[in-house]
Design a protein around this ligand. Sequence first.
Ligand code: NAP
Length: 257
Amino acid sequence: MSVKALFDLTGRVALVTGASRGLGLQMAEALGEMGCKLAICARKAAELAEAQVRLEAQGFEVLAVPCDLSQAANVAPLVDAVLERFGTIDILVNNAGATWGAPTANYPDEAWRKVMTLNVDAPFYLSREVGRRVMIPAGRGKIINLASIAGLRGNPPGMQTIAYNTSKAALINFTRALAAEWGEFGINVNAICPGFFPSKMANALIEKFADSLMARTPLRRIGGDEDLKGAVVFLASDAARHITGQAIAIDGGSSII
Ligand code: NAP
C-alpha cells in the first residue's frame, strides 16, 4: 500500500464529540479533508449548526446532532442517529470536555462531578456503545481520546483545576486499559494530550499565564489552528495500525521540561 493510501480516509465515518468549536472543530475539519463523513455533536444547537455550515462549505458530508453528553441516556440515541444516517462508525473522537478552576480546599462538589461526568464518564459510555454495537462486530475501529498534558502532571503555580487534572489522567489510563482489552478486536485506542490551544475553554488561562507558558515551552509557541490535524488524521488512519494505548503530547514540548 502506498503511504498516501495508508493515510487516506475516504468514505470512513468519524463521530467527533464537542465539534461545534475549538479543537473538536479543528479535528473534524482535518478528518473531513482526508475523506471522512462527519457526525458532530455539542449541546448548543445554533453553534453546532454554524459548524455544520462551515464544514459543508468545504464539501464534507455532515450530520449534526445536538446532544448533552453529561446525560448517559443521550449516548445511545446519538449512536442511533449516526448509524441511521451513515450505517457505521469507523472513528470515534471523544473530544467534548470541560474544566473548572478553584482552589482544591474550596472546590465545589458539583464542579468535581461536572468535570468527571463529561471528561471520564462520557468517553466510557460512548466508547462502550460504539464498541459493542459497531467496532467489535466489525473487527476494526479507531478511538481517539482528547486528554491533556494536565493529565500527565500538576499545574504551574496559580492554576487550580484539580478535577480536570484528575479526569485527564483517568482518560489516559482508560485509553491504555481499553487498548489492551480491545486490541484483539482490531480496535486502536489512543489519546492526544494537547498543551495550551486558544479556545473558549483555554483563552482566559492562556491570557493569564501567557509569559510563563511561553517560557516553559521549548518551541516558544502555543497551539494553533492546524496543530492537531496531523495527529488526529494519523491516529485515525491505517498508517497508525500498529499503534495503540499511547498518549501523544502535542504541546510544543512543554511536558518534557
Ligand atoms: P471548547 O472550545 O470549550 O469546546 C468544547 C466543546 O465541547 C464544544 O463543542 C462544546 O459545545 C462541547 N461540549 C461541552 N460540554 C458538552 C456536553 N455536556 N455535551 C456535549 N458537548 C459538550 O474546548 P476545547 O479547548 O476545544 O477543548 C476540547 C477538548 O480538548 C476538551 O476535552 C479539552 O479538555 C481538551 N483540551 C483542550 C486544551 C486547550 O488548550 N484548548 C488543552 C488540552 C486539552 P457546547 O458548549 O455547545 O456543548
